[in-house]
Design a protein. Sequence first.
Length: 402
Amino acid sequence: MKVLVINAGSSSIKFELYAMPQEQVLASGLVERIGESTSRLVWRDARDGRHTLERPIQDHAAGLELVLSLLCSGTDAPMESLDEIGAVGHRVVHGGEAFSQTVGVTAEVEAAIQAHAVLAPLHNPPNLLGIRVARQVLPDVPQVAVFDTAFHQTLPPHAYLYALPAELYREHRVRRYGFHGISHRFVAGRAAALLGRPLEQLRLISCHLGNGASICAIEAGRSVDTSMGMTPLEGLVMGTRCGDLDPAIPLYLQRQLGMDAAEVDRLLNKRSGMLGLSGRSNDLRELEQAAESGDADAAVAMQVYCYRIRKYIGAYTAALGSVDALVFTAGVGENSDVVRAAVLEGLAPMGYALDLDANRGLRGREADISAVDSRARVLVIPTDEELLIARDTYALAGHRAS
Ligand code: AMP
């Protein structure tokens, strides 16, 4: 059976078509700039051939229809007809406390996704739009929602509560939710496979370092703490997001600098992080090169970035008591030997000793980069969130379709 995975953004649809249970990617791509005159569809076929189609795409429905028509047309098409699609899996960012696992989409599920839009105003509305459009275009196909927050619903209260008046949690659900759960869950599973041990016996720290970044403490396959909070702004330094901050700073910006809430929001989410610190870019690769060529601001930005990750590794080592493996994943974690080495420098007494030769130049593939005498294994594991969504979708809807 074929499973279509969709990640709908405000002006984009990312998609991947899988043959399941073989887990073979038949096609993948992106519709972008939906609603603009410069919209386009970029996609890759199973043989890695790249295609681009530039044309105005009015809305998400038109975008998905275009994707589906391409998937069924031409001699190399991965499908003969849309009837081959047995289920559609959607990435949904915020499920709040309502969802601790993947679910089939019903009217109640849609209503809950809508209700959580207040917590993820940029993500949940387009995610929901993706679900509605897919149902419109493929009315008889089961739709499945896979939540970024669900994996972290196992956090204990001492990890998810903020020290605010208790009614803010009780009445308004102000708490830590955590994100990147699909990625942390995926790499935890791979780490167990690589170590050849059951996940239930492992204590792991997963560092998802991409343009967005978060770190997660995982015990027996369950998330027990994570650095992102009620929103994805808390925690590590990110491309354009500040991460941890004295909560009085936004008040200072409003009272002393006369910014309004929208300006502060934009400053913290879009103008801070590595972009803000370096004054140059949010792109880690560019900043690494700039730091190497003597750009002092880029160098300091890299130090702040790596130091924050080190602090969290220390904190989560304490939270877990002992750690079997530390995992680096996502764009920076998978590709930057410089960041990995800087983060772990001097941490051998804590149990994280790097094999510098194994680390050097390692990009985008699974590897154990720990020194033989390292107490914890240090692993690089490319994440694959789409594959996990496809697996969950198949597990939930596969039997219905076959
Ligand atoms: P992601 O959000 O997971 O796609 O990660 C994007 C980030 O990964 C960007 O900041 C990229 O600059 C960074 N990245 C990708 N490749 C490398 C690399 N070879 N070295 C350093 N950073 C990289």
